[in-house]
Design a protein around this ligand. Structure first.
Ligand code: ATP
Length: 323
């Protein structure tokens, strides 16, 4: 019986559990034995495995995060760490691995694949910056959480003459900030790919009031050039000249938590099942993703080390629709 491992790696994303469940049950149905690897690549190196039966993955589809745990493993970034992981894999008789995670995790998956281990990646990160999938597991839920916060802040912003800055996740990628800015009707969006200095932000928020708006919301990615704290300090320092207050709300890890929505559960179920199917057909070395509505398998060599660029035309759309 073929023995396969599953791990979740990098930042946790809502829907990872649904993906674990789908891989497990598809693989078991195809006659494979499944082992969960705890704490991502750190657990792979440590040999922290648990057998997974169909019942062990019951009651998790509705839970956020990942019940296997995730980790960032500096040891796995080294050749020595990866060799150690391969030795542990061999010692435990694992013949294949499913890696559920984002950019860095899939680069690690590619390394293992090059070392001779059959690996299938499943696209999962709230950043949506992974090449090989137009949308990744967790993005939709994280966006909806950010949106709910923006909607609520808009209500209170409209009641007082107070502008709000909402800081959303995205260290290197502005996808969440830009999309939640468009969907939430924000007046200004600042992302790593397109900086906005505090003075420009003040001018644009003032212009929104001048156009007769009752609220003014800026959405800023945590990795934007000018950080939320810097912008807030600028508003405090020049309060009299700017003429209104800016309140900062940092959503932080709140965006990751919570139950995955229908979209992420379905995406994770489809991608996880596809990963299980591929392994049962003896195929590997690919990332399973969604492109033009179809489940696709892109070679890990085309995914590793690459970042899917953000469509910056959407920034113009955000500006236009905020008029
Ligand atoms: P997210 O961006 O959603 O947090 P991610 O998968 O991109 O997900 P990373 O922290 O970049 O998260 O990577 C997760 C883990 O993958 C790292 O801790 C490391 O163990 C492994 N990894 C990352 N980059 C590489 C690399 N270049 N080579 C080998 N392993 C890597």
């Amino acid at each position: 019986m073929k023995r396969i491992g599953i791990l979740t790696s990098g930042g946790d994303a809502p829907g990872m559990n649904a993906a674990i469940r789908a891989v497990t049950r598809t693989a078991i149905a195809a006659g494979m034995a499944v082992f969960g690897v705890r704490r991502g690549y750190a657990g792979l190196i440590a040999g922290d495995f648990i057998p997974l039966g169909a019942r062990d993955v019951g009651g998790i589809i509705e839970r956020g995060g990942t019940f296997l745990g995730s980790a960032r493993s500096p040891a796995f970034m080294t050749e020595e760490g990866r060799r150690k992981a391969m030795a542990v894999v061999e010692a435990n008789g694992l013949e294949a691995l499913v890696v559920i995670g984002g950019n860095g995790s899939q680069t690690g998956a590619h390394h293992l694949s090059q070392m001779g281990l059959p690996v299938v990646g499943v696209a999962s990160t709230i950043d949506n910056d992974l090449a090989g999938s137009e949308i990744t597991i967790g993005v939709d839920t994280a966006l909806n959480i950010a949106l709910e916060a923006i909607d609520r802040l808009k209500t209170t912003a409209a009641s007082h003459q107070r502008a709000f800055l909402v800081e959303v996740m995205g260290r290197d990628c502005g996808y969440l900030a830009l999309m939640s800015g468009i969907a939430g009707g924000a007046e200004v969006v600042a992302i790593p790919e397109a900086p906005c200095d505090p003075e420009t932000m003040a001018r644009e928020l003032r212009a929104a009031y001048d156009r007769g708006k009752s609220h003014a919301i800026a959405v800023v990615a945590e990795g934007a050039k000018h950080k939320a704290s810097e912008i807030a300090a600028h508003f405090r320092e020049h309060h009299e000249r700017i003429g209104f207050e800016l309140r900062v709300t940092s959503l932080g890890h709140v965006q990751r938590g919570g139950a995955p929505g229908a979209f992420d559960r379905l995406l994770a179920s489809r991608l996880g099942a596809a990963a299980g199917d591929l392994l049962s057909q003896g195929k590997s070395g690919v990332l399973v993703g969604l492109i033009r509505g179809e489940i696709t398998a892109t070679p890990l060599s085309e995914v590793a080390g690459k970042k899917k660029p953000l469509d910056l035309r959407l920034l113009d759309l955000a500006r236009l629709l905020a008029q």
